[in-house]
Design a binder for this molecule. Structure first.
Ligand code: ASP
Length: 607
């Protein structure tokens, strides 16, 4: 079949083109044969336009099946006023077809790509098996247009600042980012394997030793870990590294880049989002204290409060014995929650228990003291506290609790009495739950924050050793190095995360560049001399040849797009994602290999 080069995209014809001859190429989005006239909506990536066929002119219109690929010649005609479609950019016109070719006939599709409503009920595995059809949907195309524009803008930002884009190897050696490696057998010497990079971490540091000073890469990373809605076995990071910088320089760079890229995309794609003004900053300790986690969702306030000092001698046994045992009583305000029924509060208590709480105590500050009901404690200023535990507190304790919690009339105050980290584990989830229930997780907001000063290491009780909180190349804060032999848990690192809407988006650090310190830190992580030489000898040696101070960061590209498109599943923003535990149903990967390949690789299945 021959086809003529198009004169216009399907989304382009307007009233001003009326009377013009056009050639269009695209897919039959919808076909409506009304007998006397046949309408076809023709779609290409620029949009959709209505074609009108006169059946008396064409013998075989039945061949134009939904989703067949067409080339069409026709004349632009203004639609009658009552048939105009203001919902379509091309809705003022239609194309009266004078000739057409079916370039690629289509059989019946496994799902209706032209019907977004019906697509919501199509099984995801089927969509991914036929991803090349799923991606025909304009809504999907738009996500990848946003993704491509994001990468283009990131490159422009970094290129302007003299960063060099450099590719690093995919066949490499294990890089310790904390996940399992994907391994590739080495054919020439059975028993040897490459690892696919969990990140280009070591290469980018070696590029700093090489004098590159400013590197970036849109890098594919591979991590064999349990799949979740925001994880894929292979994903994309903007990986960057800079020499002769302090933490502040890296933070400013990434904040400036993000603000410019995100605001540029909001404008270019008219995204329903508020412009980003800058990043909030919290230390790790502040984040844990105020939000119960190191990934706070700052689309809303609702900070945790601590009433331990107020209730240490109170008459409520649960609180008192928790504090006597070294624990804390902390809580969160539930705006408007005072009107919840006993049953609804019970559901909230169950929610907390699911995450390990022994219970959740609560009381409300009545919206209207006159309706506080029986058993409410009325304070001297007329406010009424309702809830069965209120009577255990002295009025002055109640006043102080309300003050600490910044309680407003109508609020429910929820309390968790537990050890610090166990309490946090419940409170941050409770905060997110309350945020969700109260509609505070505003879709218009993209709330970025830096979380700074992470601990360098955390104790792993299962393996009885210190694990790196970030990765083993992270620099300890110089002033905290004194604790390395006595109290490693106290060492803070020059390490930072960027969190967006409650999700970790980027991680980075200033790196160790001195071989002696790198060696001490490896030893702190339980690696012996021999293992250090075998796994990281090349890093230590490189640092012996004049390594510059350096640091970097790596934000996730897939997650950035998810924030902008409001997708909750990472698969929606990856063209060909894996499903389940890493399966690609379209290609049929992973797959078996030929017996000859087994033999060549010197591999055998274990018993
Ligand atoms: N390599 C780190 C990661 O992938 C990022 C960094 O430290 O730059 O999380």
């Amino acid at each position: 079949m021959s086809f003529a080069q198009r004169t216009h995209g399907c989304g382009e014809p307007r009233a001003s083109h009326a009377g013009e001859q056009v050639i269009l190429n695209g897919w039959a989005h919808r076909v409506r044969d009304l007998g006397g006239v046949c309408f076809v909506d023709l779609r290409d990536r620029s949009g959709i336009v209505q074609l009108v066929f006169d059946p008396s002119r064409f013998q075989n219109l039945a061949e134009i099946r939904s989703e067949s690929c067409l080339s069409v010649t026709g004349t632009v005609r203004l639609r009658d006023p009552d048939t105009k479609n203001p919902a379509m950019p091309t809705g003022e016109v239609e194309i009266v077809v004078t000739g057409y070719n079916v370039l690629g006939p289509a059989k019946t599709l496994p799902f209706p790509v032209s019907d977004e409503e019906q697509m919501t009920s199509v099984n995801e595995e089927l969509r991914i098996k036929y991803r090349y059809l799923d991606l025909r949907r304009p809504a999907m195309y738009r996500k990848f247009a946003i993704r491509a524009a994001a990468i283009r803008r990131i490159r422009a930002y970094l290129d302007q600042r003299e960063f060099l884009e450099i590719e690093t190897p995919i066949f490499t050696k294990s890089t310790p980012e904390g996940a399992r490696d994907y391994l590739v057998p080495y054919r020439l010497e059975p028993g040897l394997f490459y690892a696919l990079p969990q990140s280009p971490q070591q290469y980018k540091q070696l590029l700093m030793v090489a004098g590159v000073e400013r590197y970036y890469q849109i890098a594919k990373c591979f991590r064999d870990e349990a799949q979740r809605a925001d994880r894929q076995p292979e994903f994309t990071q903007l990986d960057l590294e800079m020499s002769f910088v302090t933490q502040e320089d890296v933070l400013r760079l990434i904040e400036g880049l993000t603000v410019e890229v995100v605001n540029g995309l909001i404008e270019e794609f008219d995204l329903p989002k508020d412009r980003v003004e800058g990043f909030a900053r919290l230390t790790y300790d502040e984040s844990m204290h105020l939000y119960g986690c190191d990934k706070p969702d700052l689309r809303f306030g609702l900070q945790l409060f601590d009433i331990s000092s107020v209730v240490k001698d109170c008459g409520f046994g649960v609180f008192k014995s928790c504090i006597d045992g070294g624990g804390f009583v902390r809580g969160i305000r539930y705006p408007g929650g005072a009107s919840l029924s006993r049953k609804e509060i019970g559901i909230l208590e169950e929610f907390c228990k699911e995450f390990g709480a022994k219970g959740m105590a609560s009381f409300g500050l009545a919206q209207d003291p006159a309706d506080a009901g029986e058993g409410a404690v009325v304070l001297a200023d007329g406010r009424a506290v309702k809830g069965s535990i209120a009577k255990f507190f002295k009025p002055e304790e109640l006043v102080q609790i309300l003050e600490t919690a910044k309680a407003e009339p109508g609020d429910l105050l929820c309390f968790i009495a537990d050890a610090y980290s166990a309490g946090n584990n419940v409170l941050f989830r409770l905060r997110n739950e309350i945020g969700e229930r109260c509609g505070l997780r505003d879709q218009r907001k993209v709330a970025f924050c830096f979380v700074l000063d992470f601990p360098l290491v955390e104790w792993n009780p299962e393996s009885s050793r210190w694990d790196a909180t970030h990765h083993p190349f992270t620099a300890p804060k110089a002033e905290d190095l004194i604790y390395i032999d006595t109290d490693p848990g106290r060492i803070r690192a020059d390490c930072y995360d960027v969190v967006c809407n409650g999700t970790e988006w980027a991680s980075g650090s200033i790196r160790i560049h001195r071989p002696d310190i790198q060696e001490r830190c490896f030893k702190l992580l339980g690696l012996d001399e021999e293992t250090i030489r075998a796994r990281f000898g090349h890093m230590i040696e490189a640092f012996e040849y004049g390594a510059p101070p350096h640091g970097g960061i790596a934000p996730g590209i897939d997650r950035l797009i998810m924030f902008l498109t409001d997708d909750e599943n990472i698969r929606e923003v990856i063209a060909f994602p894996k499903i389940g535990q890493g399966m690609d149903p379209m290609m049929g990967a992973p797959s078996t290999i030929d017996p000859q390949q087994w033999a060549e690789l010197g591999l055998r299945l274990g018993e």
